[in-house]
Design a protein around this ligand. Structure first.
Ligand SMILES: Cc1cc2nc3c(=O)[nH]c(=O)nc-3n(C[C@H](O)[C@H](O)[C@H](O)COP(=O)(O)O)c2cc1C
Length: 182
């Protein structure tokens, strides 16, 4: 079974990004599961002084990332930047390295967002993640009022999400082959 961890960069109860990640969990092939990390709102502000005595939410995040074969990040853009929620969570992983060589898809819900996805890609790349190119879709959802059920009823959205899951599965397989060849 392939385990994919999904991180949302929005804490909004009706977040489109979170809804899309929940939709992904219902579109998986039989040999894959997608689990949304539910404790993003419990990750404290990153402070390097606290490395070595992290909170349980930070340890949970690291463990979930370590055990995941791949990761999906869906995050909004705020003021042409990455949300503090996702950047703060990632800052806790810089030193511990769970994203090293990990296949990762960036899911962008809106074509209007260009700055944040680019910045996020740069951050994730320097952290060692294998950020997929064609497997990181940009959708055309302009409203921030799209529910999980509504997303699942949009064929263009479900096709894009299934394409992303398939690209992740391929990247995981390629990584396994590379590791076996070593
Ligand atoms: C404080 C704030 C700043 C925003 N800045 C941008 C922006 O710079 N570019 C953009 O495309 N959308 C921007 N938006 C719109 C959000 O990206 C959009 O509402 C998105 O759906 C929020 O994601 P969520 O539904 O997952 O919470 C901003 C929204 C907020 C609340």
């Amino acid at each position: 079974m392939i385990h994919v961890l999904a991180l949302s960069g929005s804490l909004r109860a009706s977040s489109v990004n979170t809804a899309l990640l929940r939709a992904c969990a219902r579109l998986t092939p039989a040999d894959m599961n997608v689990t949304l990390f539910e404790a993003m709102d419990q990750i404290p502000l990153f402070n390097p002084d606290n490395e070595g005595h992290e909170t349980s939410a930070v340890l949970l995040l690291r463990e979930a990332l370590k055990n995941a074969d791949a990761v999906i990040i869906a995050s909004p853009e705020y003021a042409h930047g990455v949300t503090g929620v996702i950047k703060n969570a990632l800052d806790w992983i810089v030193g511990s390295g769970e994203l090293e060589a990990k296949p990762l898809a960036l899911l962008n819900s809106s074509k209007r967002s260009t700055h944040a996805p680019a910045a996020l890609r740069e951050t994730l790349t320097i952290m060692g993640a294998h950020v997929l190119d064609s497997g990181s879709p940009t959708l055309s959802l302009s409203s921030n009022q799209v529910s999980e059920e509504q997303a699942l009823a949009m064929p263009d959205v479900t096709t894009a999400l299934q394409g992303m899951l398939s690209a992740l599965a391929q990247a995981i397989e390629a990584r396994a082959l590379e590791c076996n060849a070593l």
